[in-house]
Write a protein that binds this ligand. Structure first.
Ligand SMILES: [Zn+2]
Length: 288
């Protein structure tokens, strides 16, 4: 077992029509927090829970793609973004509006949706050439992030789901349960048992204990089987080529304008804080 607390376990119950995925991030989560200096409490909750949710949802995809979740907030949060790939590498970031008053006292609603126009989007990308990624958009309505994501799941998927999410400055954790479509009554009974269990799990237990302890503590009376265990890992794919491509997209005039004062352009990756510096000559070469 990995002591860093970056863990995912996927389980099935009975004959396999009901499933539970439990994810927790520890050292990876603290690294993400380090990349975002002094995040207010509720902003850190949104980022941690969004990151865990992206891991949980990507554990349900069958293709070699990714799941990205985005909060376009109208409140203190401009944007929160988390993406997890099929191999359980993930990254996330958050952007807050400037000059917030008492940011540590802001509630979840004030963080995400001051103007009631915010949206939550889910992008499922199979990463196949010429294949448009699936995009689902719903309003940011709910008392917390798990309610918003549950609303999305209810609207978009054909399968019953329930989800809990929690986070602190140390760890972020979550559990997703799902029931595949079936006609048999006995399986519905199993699903209703599972639904009752997830509602009873104390969030601080889920966030303090590792995923295996949570699984054995709450599912001991259900016939269960572990389908997979994974170690989700923070990983950023940024590099100099991608950054140059991005600069090129800004256009020659904009690059000339940016370089005129400092004689160089510096770009910091918003996910991992890596700094890319380009001198005048490199910038001119972009367009020649
Ligand atoms: Zn990066």
């Amino acid at each position: 077992m990995d002591s860093s607390n970056d863990q995912l376990v996927a389980m099935m119950f009975g004959n396999g029509t009901t499933r539970a995925n439990i994810a927790q991030i520890g050292s990876s989560w603290r690294q993400i927090l380090c990349n975002h200096n002094n995040l207010p409490r509720e902003a850190s909750n949104v980022l941690g829970q969004l990151t865990v949710a992206s891991i949980l949802l990507s554990s349900t995809i069958k293709h070699k793609g990714s799941v990205a979740l985005q909060v376009f907030g109208e409140g203190a949060i401009k944007l929160a973004f988390a993406e997890c790939n099929y191999d359980f590498t993930f990254k996330s970031t958050i952007k807050l509006r400037k000059n917030l008053k008492n940011p540590n006292n802001l509630t979840f609603k004030e963080m995400v949706n001051g103007g009631k126009k915010g949206v939550f989007t889910v992008i499922i990308d199979q990463k196949i050439k010429n294949h448009t990624p699936y995009q689902g958009i719903i309003p940011l309505e709910g008392e917390n992030l798990s309610e918003i994501i549950k609303n999305y799941l209810k609207n978009s998927e054909q399968i019953d789901s329930d989800l809990i999410l929690t986070s602190s400055y140390k760890t972020a954790s979550g559990m997703l349960i799902q029931k595949m479509p079936t006609k048999k009554d006995e399986e519905d009974l199993e699903w209703s048992k599972l639904k009752k269990i997830i509602r009873k799990i104390p969030l601080n237990f889920l966030n303090q204990e590792n995923v295996y302890t949570t699984a054995s503590h709450f599912f001991e009376n259900l016939e269960n089987k572990i389908l997979k265990t994974k170690i989700p890992t923070f990983f950023c794919h940024c590099n100099i080529e991608r950054t140059m491509k991005m600069l090129k997209m800004l256009g020659e005039n904009e690059i000339k304008r940016l370089i005129s004062s400092e004689k160089k352009i510096e770009v910091t990756c918003e996910f991992c804080n890596k700094l890319f510096s380009f001198d005048e000559e490199t910038c001119y070469r972009l367009f020649n």
